[in-house]
Design a protein around this ligand. Structure first.
Ligand SMILES: Cc1cc2nc3c(=O)[nH]c(=O)nc-3n(C[C@H](O)[C@H](O)[C@H](O)COP(=O)(O)OP(=O)(O)OC[C@H]3O[C@@H](n4cnc5c(N)ncnc54)[C@H](O)[C@@H]3O)c2cc1C
Length: 510
């Protein structure tokens, strides 16, 4: 485990070594899913790699997603067969090979209510059947991701007890992949890259990027350094234009509400609610492992400066509540909303009329000066996006590198379903740490208090916080509460958890 462990001490050593003039093959800027994926891809090909982020692992868009590993149904509906195939193939890689501990199969149910015409129901069934065909084509067995099916009204109510029952004539159920948490995928990628020798340095802002390295500022000390590299990749998502003026982005904000699962009577499936008056737009209520539901999402073009942490607008919150309530009985109100979060999609600027229509493809470009920039893509397809970026950087700089290996490279903590079922640790920890869960428990050094919830209604344990500081590079309260765990998604829970986060930080520095 030590090779993959990230800590304050390792960060300091790695930054000092880079600042002293050691030259790496590849410098990656940005440690969201794309940059962490690029770092792993390159390190696994035998290149020497440094990857830096101005803030923290998963500070940007990668922690604000819907946390779904999509099979590309939406692309299929839009006629983008290649994109849909790639999405389904990447879902298979994550679900069955590289991150089976982080991705599970989640049922989605579309209730057939009077507002869903028989014609629309038939079209939806046909779309789901095409998704099944794609799943089979990429080799995902029904045992890993069941096939879609039509169910009766009683089954819809069993899956989503808070569903509006008036006129309910049944439902259509479809399955897709769900991450236990998006930020945990990024942490897993960064640690696996570190295990392959990559230097992972957070709190290191790139102020100027060129083909032979970067001028950076250590935001903890304020010191400036020159980092040297033979090739560079700019993977800074919606901020890419700050380092590459040619990067053409038109971000769009997507907002989710956070609800308590009991408010929707603990659904066992995601609820699909059609947006009234729109043909192909839906709001989803997505059950999460820790007794929460994320309900989203919106698609609002954003102009002007890009915020570090985007905020949901009252209009978006109102829209989501209104649409959700067309599918729920009794209705929920603003008082039921315990949190809300928004992320900016790094969409490529195009000519389409709305941001929803802009391509979700990735784009890799290399500037005349030799800087490779990668923008767009999805969390699901980060691996193929990363491979394309590394291929481009290697070709530009004339580096010698092995072939891409990430399709068969398990992330730290990964194990087969049989191995995961045998792990001797609480199920909640196995779902987050996989085969490393017993090591998280061992970090509690026999103190049972460290394995109980840190506060009333907050299931995270102090053992997880200690693990995050010792092995996942968490440096402060925000790293612990907003990214290594997601307690911060419910602000009242976050307040309760602050003392435990402080205790974990001081326990590891004394
Ligand atoms: C609301 C929403 C829902 C989504 N849902 C899904 C989903 O369910 N499934 C899916 O597959 N995809 C989903 N996506 C898409 C997916 O989340 C993004 O495509 C992906 O996270 C982009 O990752 P990234 O690494 O490119 O960017 P980011 O995660 O934003 O990473 C960029 C990083 O660069 C760093 N940085 C910026 N400037 C500098 C600098 N000067 N120096 C150093 N570091 C810098 C930032 O701190 C940041 O950490 C969703 C997107 C949104 C917005």
């Amino acid at each position: 485990m030590s090779g993959s462990s990230l800590s304050a001490a390792r960060r300091q050593r790695d930054l000092a070594d880079l600042a002293a003039g050691s030259t790496v093959d590849l410098l990656v800027v940005g440690l969201g899913v794309t940059g962490a994926g690029v770092a792993l891809d390159a390190a696994a090909r035998g290149l020497t790699v440094a990857a830096v982020d101005a803030h923290d692992l998963a500070f940007g868009t990668s922690r604000w997603s819907s946390k779904l590993v999509h099979g590309g149904l939406r692309y299929l509906a839009a006629g983008h067969l290649g994109l849909a195939y790639r999405s389904a193939a990447e879902r298979d890689v994550l679900l069955r090979r590289t991150a089976p501990h982080l991705v599970t199969a989640l049922p989605f149910v579309l209730p057939l209510t009077p507002s869903v015409s028989r014609k629309r129901a038939a079209q939806t069934r046909a779309g789901f059947a095409a998704g099944d065909a794609l799943r089979v084509a990429v080799g995902t067995p029904a045992a890993a991701l069941p096939r879609s099916r039509t169910v009766g009204a009683a089954e819809v109510v069993r899956l989503v007890p808070a569903v509006r029952r008036a006129g309910l004539r049944g439902g259509i159920v479809q399955w897709d992949g769900q991450l236990v948490d998006d930020a945990r995928l990024v942490v897993g990628l960064a640690r696996t890259a570190a295990a392959h020798g990559a230097r992972i340095v957070t709190r290191c802002r790139v102020e100027d990027l060129h083909s032979r390295g970067a001028s950076v500022r250590d935001t903890l000390t304020g010191e400036r350094h020159e980092l040297r590299a033979r090739a560079v990749v700019n993977a800074t998502g919606v901020w890419a234009g700050g380092l590459d003026p040619a990067a053409r982005l038109r971000p769009s904000r997507g907002t989710h509400l956070v609800l308590r699962a009991e408010r929707l009577r603990h659904p066992g499936a995601a609820l699909i609610v059609p947006v009234p008056g729109e043909r192909n737009r839906f709001v989803f209520a997505l059950p999460q492992a820790d007794g929460l539901i994320y309900a989203g999402l919106t698609d609002e073009p954003v102009d002007g400066p890009v915020e570090d942490v985007p905020t949901p607008s009252p209009a978006e919150i109102g829209f989501l509540l209104d649409v959700l309530n067309t599918g729920l009985d009794p209705a929920i109100t603003a008082a039921d909303v315990v949190g809300a979060f928004a992320g900016l999609r790094p969409l490529l600027a195009g000519t389409a009329r709305t941001t929803a229509e802009l391509s979700r493809r990735h784009e890799v470009s290399t500037s005349p000066g030799g800087v490779t920039t990668v923008i767009g893509g999805k969390l699901t397809t980060y691996r193929s996006t990363a491979r394309a970026a590394v291929d481009a950087a290697v070709a530009t700089a004339g580096l010698t590198a092995g072939p891409c290996r990430t399709h068969r490279l398990p992330l730290v903590g990964a194990g087969s379903p049989a191995q995961l079922a045998r792990v001797a640790a609480p199920a909640r920890l196995v779902a987050r740490y996989g085969v490393e869960a017993p090591a998280v428990v061992a970090g509690a050094a026999g103190d049972p208090a460290l394995l109980t919830p840190i506060a009333d209604g907050v299931p995270v344990t102090a053992a997880e916080l200690l693990w995050a500081v010792r092995h996942e590079g968490a440096l402060d309260e925000s790293d612990l509460l907003d990214r290594r765990t997601r307690v911060g998604l419910v602000p009242t829970d976050r307040l309760l958890a602050v003392p435990a986060a402080r205790a974990a930080l001081s326990a590891t520095t004394t």
